[in-house]
Design a protein around this ligand. Structure first.
Ligand SMILES: Nc1ccn([C@@H]2O[C@H](COP(=O)(O)OP(=O)(O)OP(=O)(O)O)[C@@H](O)[C@H]2O)c(=O)n1
Ligand SMILES: C[C@](O)(CO)[C@H](O)COP(=O)(O)O
Length: 249
C-alpha cells in the first residue's frame, strides 16, 4: 500500500531509505571509492540500491555519493531502472555530515520514517529491511545488530610495547551494530540538531547520535545477520562474493 491517507485507518508513514556513499574508502586503498568496486558483476553500491528498491516497505530511495562521482551513480541508477531512486546528492566530509545531508534532504513529517544504510553493506537481507520498518511501528529509533562470537577484551599499553589485555568484557550484553538504522524523522532530526550544536560531537553511527542527544528515547535493537558485512578492507570483496554465491543475503 502506498504511503498516504488510507480509507481503512490512519495514514501509513512514508518510508525513505538513504544509501550513504560519501566515503572515499581509504582503508580499502583501491584508488577510488570502494562502493564503485565490482561485486559479482555490478558495483557494490548497486547491490545496496537494488535491495532497498526491491523492498515493498520502502517508498523511495535517495543516494548520497562522493561529489565527484554523482554522475557515475546517476548512470548506474538509470541503466538499472531503479525507479524508486528520486535523487543522487553529494555526501558530506564525514559519515555524520552525510547522514545529516540525508536527513535534511527528506521533507516528510515527524512520523514518516528514514532508514540510513551504508552503501558498503551490499548483502543486507530483505527480511532485515522489513524487520527494521516493522520495529519503527513501536520505536522511534531502531538499529540492526549481531552478537559477538569472539571474546571481547579491553587493551592497555603492554610493558614491552604493543597491547596487553586489561579486561575481558562480558560479551553477553554486547552487540555489533550494523545498518540499516531506522528512525522516525522527528526523532532523528531533533537528535541531529542537538548533535550539530555540540562542538564535541563524535559519532560512529546514527543510533549513537540518538542515544547521546535524546537519552529518553529508546533505541531498539533488532537481530541482523552475520552476512551483512561492511566492505572495508582489501579481501572483503572476495568474502562478499563468497557469501553472495552461498545465497546469504
Ligand atoms: N563522508 C562519508 C564517509 C562515509 N560514508 C559512508 O559510510 C559508510 C561506512 O563508512 P566506511 O566503511 O568508513 O567507508 P569509507 O569512509 O569510505 O572508508 P574509510 O574510512 O576506509 O575511508 C560507507 O558506505 C561510506 O560511503 C559517507 O556516506 N560519507
Ligand atoms: C555505521 C556503522 O556501519 C555501524 O557499524 C559503522 O559505525 C561505520 O563505521 P565506519 O568507521 O564509518 O566504517
Amino acid at each position: 500500500m502506498p504511503a498516504g491517507p488510507s480509507p481503512d485507518g490512519p495514514r501509513r508513514p512514508r518510508v525513505t531509505a538513504a544509501v550513504l556513499a560519501g566515503g572515499v574508502g581509504a582503508r580499502m586503498g583501491a584508488g577510488r571509492p570502494k562502493q564503485l568496486m565490482p561485486l559479482a558483476g555490478r558495483p557494490v553500491i548497486e547491490h545496496s540500491i537494488a535491495a532497498f528498491c526491491a523492498a515493498p516497505e520502502v517508498d523511495d530511495v535517495i543516494v548520497l555519493m562522493v561529489g565527484d562521482h554523482v554522475p557515475e551513480v546517476e548512470k548506474i541508477v538509470s541503466d538499472g531502472g531503479y525507479a524508486k531512486v528520486t535523487r543522487v546528492l553529494p555526501g558530506g566530509a564525514d559519515r555524520t555530515a552525510t547522514s545529516w545531508a540525508a536527513i535534511s534532504a527528506v521533507a516528510g513529517g515527524d512520523d514518516d520514517l528514514l532508514l540510513l544504510h551504508d552503501a558498503v553493506r551490499p548483502l543486507v537481507a530483505p527480511a532485515t529491511i522489513g524487520a527494521c520498518v516493522a520495529a519503527l511501528g513501536t520505536a522511534g529509533a531502531v538499529g540492526v545488530a549481531v552478537p559477538s562470537n569472539d571474546t571481547v577484551v579491553r587493551v592497555a599499553p603492554g610493558a614491552a610495547g604493543g597491547d596487553s589485555v586489561a579486561e575481558v568484557v562480558d560479551r553477553s550484553s554486547l552487540r555489533r551494530m550494523q545498518t540499516p538504522q531506522g528512525f522516525r524523522l522527528g526523532v532523528v532530526r531533533r537528535a541531529y540538531e542537538l548533535a550539530l550544536a555540540d562542538p564535541g560531537l563524535a559519532a560512529t553511527d546514527d543510533c549513537g547520535v540518538v542515544l547521546r542527544y535524546l537519552p529518553g528515547e529508546e533505541v531498539r535493537v533488532i537481530a541482523g545477520t552475520e552476512a551483512n558485512i561492511k566492505v572495508t578492507h582489501p579481501g572483503d570483496i572476495e568474502v562478499a562474493e563468497a557469501l553472495l554465491r552461498r545465497g546469504s543475503a
